[in-house]
Design a protein around this ligand. Structure first.
Ligand code: PGA
Length: 242
Protein backbone atom coordinates (compact mmCIF):
# COMPACT_ATOMS: atom_id res chain seq x y z
CA UNK A 1 0.00 0.00 0.00
CA UNK A 2 1.16 3.51 -0.72
CA UNK A 3 0.85 5.79 2.26
CA UNK A 4 0.48 9.55 1.88
CA UNK A 5 0.54 11.62 5.07
CA UNK A 6 -0.58 15.26 5.04
CA UNK A 7 -0.29 17.94 7.74
CA UNK A 8 -3.96 18.83 7.98
CA UNK A 9 -7.37 17.41 7.02
CA UNK A 10 -7.64 20.29 4.54
CA UNK A 11 -4.45 19.16 2.83
CA UNK A 12 -5.85 15.61 2.56
CA UNK A 13 -9.05 16.91 0.97
CA UNK A 14 -7.17 19.10 -1.50
CA UNK A 15 -4.86 16.25 -2.56
CA UNK A 16 -7.76 13.84 -3.00
CA UNK A 17 -9.84 16.25 -5.05
CA UNK A 18 -6.81 16.99 -7.21
CA UNK A 19 -6.25 13.26 -7.71
CA UNK A 20 -9.85 12.85 -8.90
CA UNK A 21 -9.62 15.86 -11.21
CA UNK A 22 -6.29 14.60 -12.59
CA UNK A 23 -7.80 11.15 -13.21
CA UNK A 24 -10.78 12.68 -15.03
CA UNK A 25 -8.70 14.89 -17.33
CA UNK A 26 -7.26 12.11 -19.53
CA UNK A 27 -10.23 9.76 -18.92
CA UNK A 28 -13.43 11.87 -18.93
CA UNK A 29 -15.60 8.71 -18.74
CA UNK A 30 -13.90 7.50 -15.56
CA UNK A 31 -16.04 5.21 -13.39
CA UNK A 32 -15.78 6.55 -9.84
CA UNK A 33 -16.78 4.73 -6.66
CA UNK A 34 -17.78 7.25 -4.02
CA UNK A 35 -18.10 7.27 -0.22
CA UNK A 36 -20.25 9.20 2.25
CA UNK A 37 -19.59 10.04 5.92
CA UNK A 38 -17.93 13.01 7.58
CA UNK A 39 -14.47 12.30 6.17
CA UNK A 40 -15.13 13.07 2.47
CA UNK A 41 -17.15 16.26 3.05
CA UNK A 42 -14.10 18.50 2.60
CA UNK A 43 -13.01 16.55 -0.49
CA UNK A 44 -16.42 17.14 -2.09
CA UNK A 45 -16.20 20.85 -1.20
CA UNK A 46 -12.82 20.96 -2.92
CA UNK A 47 -14.20 19.12 -5.98
CA UNK A 48 -17.04 21.68 -6.21
CA UNK A 49 -14.43 24.43 -6.06
CA UNK A 50 -12.29 22.81 -8.77
CA UNK A 51 -15.40 22.33 -10.91
CA UNK A 52 -16.40 25.98 -10.53
CA UNK A 53 -12.84 26.96 -11.52
CA UNK A 54 -13.11 24.84 -14.67
CA UNK A 55 -10.59 22.29 -13.39
CA UNK A 56 -12.86 19.25 -12.87
CA UNK A 57 -15.25 18.16 -15.61
CA UNK A 58 -17.84 15.51 -14.70
CA UNK A 59 -19.81 15.66 -17.96
CA UNK A 60 -18.78 12.13 -18.99
CA UNK A 61 -17.98 10.66 -15.60
CA UNK A 62 -19.91 7.73 -14.12
CA UNK A 63 -20.46 7.27 -10.38
CA UNK A 64 -21.45 4.39 -8.14
CA UNK A 65 -21.89 5.02 -4.43
CA UNK A 66 -20.79 2.41 -1.91
CA UNK A 67 -23.89 2.00 0.17
CA UNK A 68 -27.33 3.17 1.27
CA UNK A 69 -29.67 2.65 4.22
CA UNK A 70 -32.42 0.07 3.78
CA UNK A 71 -36.01 1.23 3.99
CA UNK A 72 -35.03 4.82 3.22
CA UNK A 73 -36.37 6.60 0.14
CA UNK A 74 -33.75 8.34 -2.04
CA UNK A 75 -35.46 11.68 -1.22
CA UNK A 76 -35.28 11.12 2.56
CA UNK A 77 -33.03 13.79 4.14
CA UNK A 78 -31.03 11.07 5.96
CA UNK A 79 -30.30 9.04 2.82
CA UNK A 80 -26.81 8.88 1.38
CA UNK A 81 -28.36 9.87 -1.94
CA UNK A 82 -29.37 13.20 -0.39
CA UNK A 83 -25.92 13.57 1.16
CA UNK A 84 -24.45 13.22 -2.33
CA UNK A 85 -26.96 15.70 -3.80
CA UNK A 86 -25.89 18.23 -1.17
CA UNK A 87 -22.15 17.69 -1.32
CA UNK A 88 -21.52 16.92 -5.00
CA UNK A 89 -24.28 16.02 -7.45
CA UNK A 90 -26.21 19.27 -7.05
CA UNK A 91 -23.16 21.40 -7.76
CA UNK A 92 -21.27 19.76 -10.63
CA UNK A 93 -22.06 18.87 -14.26
CA UNK A 94 -22.50 15.13 -13.67
CA UNK A 95 -25.42 13.99 -15.86
CA UNK A 96 -28.25 12.41 -13.85
CA UNK A 97 -28.22 9.22 -15.89
CA UNK A 98 -24.57 8.65 -14.99
CA UNK A 99 -25.26 8.63 -11.25
CA UNK A 100 -25.76 5.11 -9.88
CA UNK A 101 -27.12 4.39 -6.44
CA UNK A 102 -28.51 1.55 -4.41
CA UNK A 103 -32.20 2.18 -3.78
CA UNK A 104 -32.85 1.38 -0.12
CA UNK A 105 -36.59 1.58 -0.73
CA UNK A 106 -36.61 -0.97 -3.59
CA UNK A 107 -39.40 -3.55 -3.13
CA UNK A 108 -36.97 -6.49 -3.37
CA UNK A 109 -33.68 -5.58 -1.73
CA UNK A 110 -31.85 -8.74 -2.80
CA UNK A 111 -32.84 -8.09 -6.42
CA UNK A 112 -31.70 -4.49 -5.99
CA UNK A 113 -28.26 -5.73 -4.88
CA UNK A 114 -28.02 -8.03 -7.93
CA UNK A 115 -29.07 -5.16 -10.22
CA UNK A 116 -26.29 -2.96 -8.79
CA UNK A 117 -23.61 -5.61 -9.29
CA UNK A 118 -24.72 -6.09 -12.90
CA UNK A 119 -24.74 -2.36 -13.53
CA UNK A 120 -21.16 -2.00 -12.27
CA UNK A 121 -20.13 -4.90 -14.53
CA UNK A 122 -21.95 -3.32 -17.49
CA UNK A 123 -19.75 -0.22 -17.12
CA UNK A 124 -16.64 -2.41 -17.08
CA UNK A 125 -16.05 -2.09 -13.33
CA UNK A 126 -14.93 0.78 -11.15
CA UNK A 127 -11.76 2.63 -12.12
CA UNK A 128 -11.16 4.60 -8.93
CA UNK A 129 -12.86 3.73 -5.66
CA UNK A 130 -12.58 6.16 -2.76
CA UNK A 131 -13.27 4.75 0.70
CA UNK A 132 -13.63 6.00 4.24
CA UNK A 133 -13.02 3.70 7.20
CA UNK A 134 -15.60 3.30 9.95
CA UNK A 135 -14.73 3.73 13.61
CA UNK A 136 -14.94 -0.10 13.77
CA UNK A 137 -12.77 -0.68 10.68
CA UNK A 138 -15.59 -1.21 8.20
CA UNK A 139 -15.36 -0.20 4.54
CA UNK A 140 -18.59 0.57 2.76
CA UNK A 141 -20.97 -1.09 5.21
CA UNK A 142 -18.92 -4.31 5.35
CA UNK A 143 -18.96 -4.65 9.12
CA UNK A 144 -16.30 -6.66 11.04
CA UNK A 145 -17.37 -10.20 11.84
CA UNK A 146 -16.84 -13.93 11.29
CA UNK A 147 -17.24 -13.59 7.57
CA UNK A 148 -17.43 -10.99 4.84
CA UNK A 149 -19.49 -11.17 1.66
CA UNK A 150 -18.03 -10.57 -1.78
CA UNK A 151 -21.01 -9.19 -3.66
CA UNK A 152 -23.35 -6.26 -3.06
CA UNK A 153 -25.64 -7.39 -0.25
CA UNK A 154 -27.93 -6.51 2.64
CA UNK A 155 -26.14 -5.88 5.92
CA UNK A 156 -27.15 -5.56 9.54
CA UNK A 157 -25.49 -2.43 10.83
CA UNK A 158 -23.28 -2.56 13.93
CA UNK A 159 -24.53 -0.53 16.91
CA UNK A 160 -21.45 1.69 16.65
CA UNK A 161 -22.22 2.38 12.99
CA UNK A 162 -25.81 3.32 13.83
CA UNK A 163 -24.52 5.63 16.56
CA UNK A 164 -22.04 7.23 14.13
CA UNK A 165 -24.84 7.92 11.63
CA UNK A 166 -27.38 9.29 14.11
CA UNK A 167 -26.73 12.87 12.97
CA UNK A 168 -28.40 12.04 9.63
CA UNK A 169 -31.55 11.05 11.53
CA UNK A 170 -32.08 14.00 13.86
CA UNK A 171 -29.39 12.81 16.29
CA UNK A 172 -31.57 9.83 17.29
CA UNK A 173 -29.81 6.46 16.98
CA UNK A 174 -33.18 4.68 17.31
CA UNK A 175 -34.22 6.20 13.98
CA UNK A 176 -31.13 4.98 12.09
CA UNK A 177 -32.14 1.94 10.02
CA UNK A 178 -30.92 -1.41 11.31
CA UNK A 179 -30.15 -2.62 7.81
CA UNK A 180 -28.37 -1.23 4.78
CA UNK A 181 -27.24 -2.25 1.30
CA UNK A 182 -23.53 -2.22 0.55
CA UNK A 183 -21.07 -3.12 -2.15
CA UNK A 184 -19.32 -6.29 -1.02
CA UNK A 185 -15.63 -6.82 -0.41
CA UNK A 186 -15.17 -8.28 -3.89
CA UNK A 187 -17.07 -5.41 -5.51
CA UNK A 188 -14.68 -3.01 -3.78
CA UNK A 189 -11.47 -4.97 -4.32
CA UNK A 190 -12.18 -5.36 -8.04
CA UNK A 191 -11.81 -1.59 -8.50
CA UNK A 192 -8.70 -0.85 -10.57
CA UNK A 193 -7.44 1.66 -8.00
CA UNK A 194 -8.48 2.24 -4.39
CA UNK A 195 -7.93 5.18 -2.07
CA UNK A 196 -8.69 4.83 1.63
CA UNK A 197 -9.04 8.17 3.40
CA UNK A 198 -8.80 8.66 7.15
CA UNK A 199 -8.53 11.70 9.34
CA UNK A 200 -8.34 12.15 13.08
CA UNK A 201 -6.97 10.27 16.04
CA UNK A 202 -10.13 8.13 16.34
CA UNK A 203 -9.01 6.22 13.24
CA UNK A 204 -5.31 5.84 14.17
CA UNK A 205 -5.49 2.34 15.71
CA UNK A 206 -7.42 0.90 12.77
CA UNK A 207 -5.11 2.56 10.27
CA UNK A 208 -2.04 1.08 11.96
CA UNK A 209 -3.64 -2.40 11.90
CA UNK A 210 -4.90 -1.94 8.34
CA UNK A 211 -1.30 -1.43 7.26
CA UNK A 212 0.69 -3.66 9.61
CA UNK A 213 -1.77 -6.20 10.97
CA UNK A 214 -3.06 -9.52 9.63
CA UNK A 215 -5.67 -9.64 6.89
CA UNK A 216 -8.79 -10.48 8.87
CA UNK A 217 -12.57 -10.30 8.58
CA UNK A 218 -12.38 -8.57 11.99
CA UNK A 219 -10.92 -5.57 10.16
CA UNK A 220 -12.44 -5.31 6.68
CA UNK A 221 -10.03 -2.52 5.68
CA UNK A 222 -7.10 -4.96 6.14
CA UNK A 223 -8.10 -6.60 2.83
CA UNK A 224 -6.69 -3.56 1.06
CA UNK A 225 -3.28 -5.17 1.67
CA UNK A 226 -4.23 -7.63 -1.09
CA UNK A 227 -4.84 -4.93 -3.71
CA UNK A 228 -2.25 -3.90 -6.28
CA UNK A 229 -3.06 -0.22 -6.31
CA UNK A 230 -4.27 0.87 -2.90
CA UNK A 231 -3.36 4.30 -1.57
CA UNK A 232 -3.95 5.63 1.91
CA UNK A 233 -4.49 9.37 2.31
CA UNK A 234 -4.06 10.27 5.98
CA UNK A 235 -3.73 13.35 8.12
CA UNK A 236 -1.09 13.39 10.89
CA UNK A 237 -3.57 12.34 13.57
CA UNK A 238 -4.79 9.27 11.67
CA UNK A 239 -1.13 8.38 10.96
CA UNK A 240 -0.06 8.91 14.58
CA UNK A 241 0.76 5.21 15.26
CA UNK A 242 2.70 4.54 12.05
P1 PGA B 1 -16.82 8.91 8.86
O1 PGA B 1 -17.37 7.50 8.39
O2 PGA B 1 -16.17 9.52 7.68
O3 PGA B 1 -18.09 9.66 9.25
O4 PGA B 1 -15.90 8.68 10.00
C1 PGA B 1 -16.52 6.70 7.63
C2 PGA B 1 -17.20 5.39 7.30
O5 PGA B 1 -18.08 4.96 8.07
O6 PGA B 1 -16.84 4.81 6.28
Amino acid sequence: MHIHIFDTPGDVAAALARRVADALAPRPDLVLGLPTGRTPIAMYAELRRLHAAGEADFSHAVTFNLDEFAGVEPAHPGSFRQYMETHLFGAVNLPRDRIHFLDGAAPDLDAECRRYEQEIEAYGGIDLQILGIGANGHIGFNEPGEQLLARTHRVTLADSTRRDNAALFGGDQARVPREALSMGMGTILKARALILVAMGERKATWIERTINGPVTTRLPASFLQLHRRADLYLDRDAARLL
